[in-house]
Design a protein. Structure first.
Length: 97
């Protein structure tokens, strides 16, 4: 049988990815798409091209169960912090709790 905390973490990770995609679509034109994803230790990072001049970087901290969103504006050549999401609060303390 699988460890309940591993299943909960997997559900939270998938839910966070879906939430990030929804956030990207609400802030942009319908052409937004995920470009690159990577997992390094306790972090999952992925990008989304929102417009020709704006990209987003999402970083999920699996230990703290938080996601940060950053926006890169190519015309201004700046990276801006957009938002922090507490995944435990956003998706509940876990399945069955």
């Amino acid at each position: 049988m699988r460890d309940p905390s591993s299943v909960t973490l997997a559900v939270l990770t998938v839910s966070a990815a879906v939430l990030a995609a929804l956030v990207a679509f609400t802030w942009s034109s319908p052409s937004a798409e995920a470009d690159v994803s990577a997992k390094a230790g306790e972090y999952i990072m992925f990008t989304a091209a929102v417009t020709d001049s704006t990209d987003f970087l999402y970083i999920i901290d699996l230990t703290r169960q938080q996601m940060n969103a950053y926006r890169y504006r190519t015309q201004k050549d700046v990276i801006e912090f957009v938002d922090k999401v507490d995944l435990k609060a956003a998706f509940g303390a876990g399945a069955g709790n």
